[in-house]
Design a protein around this ligand. Structure first.
Ligand SMILES: C[S@@+](CC[C@H](N)C(=O)[O-])C[C@H]1O[C@@H](n2cnc3c(N)ncnc32)[C@H](O)[C@@H]1O
Length: 292
């Protein structure tokens, strides 16, 4: 089975739509299509001349999304969102771009994709299976110093030194092949903190490294702003402080340069009701801006 039937539940859906759509006959970009939660909702709001480009770097996600609400106003593109300005031709007037960072529920739940610390499969974590760098290479070939930096910087893990050392010690005996082997190695040196699994931060860090997520966000935001028409809207949903910091400072710089109107003075967060029905939404933050 490639994906679980359990689709990703779109986060802050109503709020994203309110900020994103200003012209129902315009062109919109869903830069992180996933299972198409936002894409289907955008299409339901557009008129007959509206158009949508749905991007994802994961071809399995696009396959799911394409079956969900087939529509001739929509085009699917398998690409990284950092390539957005190559996908859109110069004469196209983009009215809105939405980003919903991170991984989808289907990617995490699919044991074979090797994202979850409970997975018994090979360490993988590639959102795009055509890429060559996987979590296995990061865990088994990076030197201790580099591993420690990644775990500290991308996982904001205070015990990065201890964890990197334990990984290197363990792999001297034999390669760390599966997700569960890695999470057990981490659990041996880091105690459980409340309900959170001790490997959570390290897994986040490795995933970010494998998919070059921070560079993608920087380039993706820049490209999206470039292709937006004047008065076009940029909506960004982030899930952890590293992502949100990049978005916040990107918005702030453009605002200072009088090129962007910030529409969300403070980022919007999900209501307690949304968090109850979709706990994965709990850390979400939505920032929206309008190109001047
Ligand atoms: C949180 S999910 C999006 C869920 C979607 N909004 C929905 O409602 O179904 C994030 C998606 O973005 C994709 N993604 C992450 N980084 C990407 C990048 N740099 N370029 C293109 N797609 C990316 C992932 O593969 C994943 O499918």
């Amino acid at each position: 089975m490639a994906f679980s039937d359990d689709l990703h539940q779109p986060v802050l859906l109503k709020e994203v739509m309110q900020y994103l759509i200003t012209d129902t006959d315009g062109l919109y970009i869903d830069a992180t299509t996933g299972s198409g939660g936002y894409s289907c909702e955008i299409l339901s709001k557009l008129g007959k001349d509206g158009r949508l480009i749905s991007i994802d770097r994961d071809s399995e996600a696009l396959e799911i999304a394409s079956k969900r609400c087939p529509d001739e106003r929509q085009r699917f593109v398998k690409a990284r969102f950092s390539q957005i300005s190559e996908i859109i031709s110069q004469n196209e007037m983009v009215r809105g771009v939405v980003f919903d960072f991170g991984v989808s529920r289907m990617q995490i739940k699919d044991n074979d994709r090797g994202f979850s610390f409970l997975s018994t499969q090979r360490l993988d974590m590639r959102m795009d299976k055509d890429e060559s760098l996987s979590a296995w290479e990061v865990v088994n070939t990076y030197d201790q110093k580099r591993l420690e930096e990644i775990i500290r910087n991308y996982g904001e893990e205070r015990q990065a030194h201890k964890i990197a050392k334990a990984i290197v010690e363990m792999r001297k005996r034999s390669a760390i092949n599966t997700c569960i082997e890695l999470s057990e190695c981490i659990s041996m040196v880091v105690g459980r903190r409340g309900k959170t699994h001790p490997a959570t931060k390290t897994f986040q860090a490795i995933r970010i490294e494998v998919n070059r997520e921070m560079d993608e966000i920087k380039e993706g935001l820049k490209g999206a702003f470039e292709v937006l028409a004047s008065k076009g809207r940029l909506c960004v949903v982030s899930y952890h402080s590293l992502e949100d910091r990049l978005v916040k400072s990107f918005f702030k710089d453009l605002h200072l340069g009088k090129r962007l109107l910030i529409l969300t003075k403070k980022p919007l967060t999900p209501t307690p009701d949304e968090i109850r029905s979709n706990p994965s939404a709990r850390s979400a933050k939505l920032r929206a801006g309008e190109k001047l």
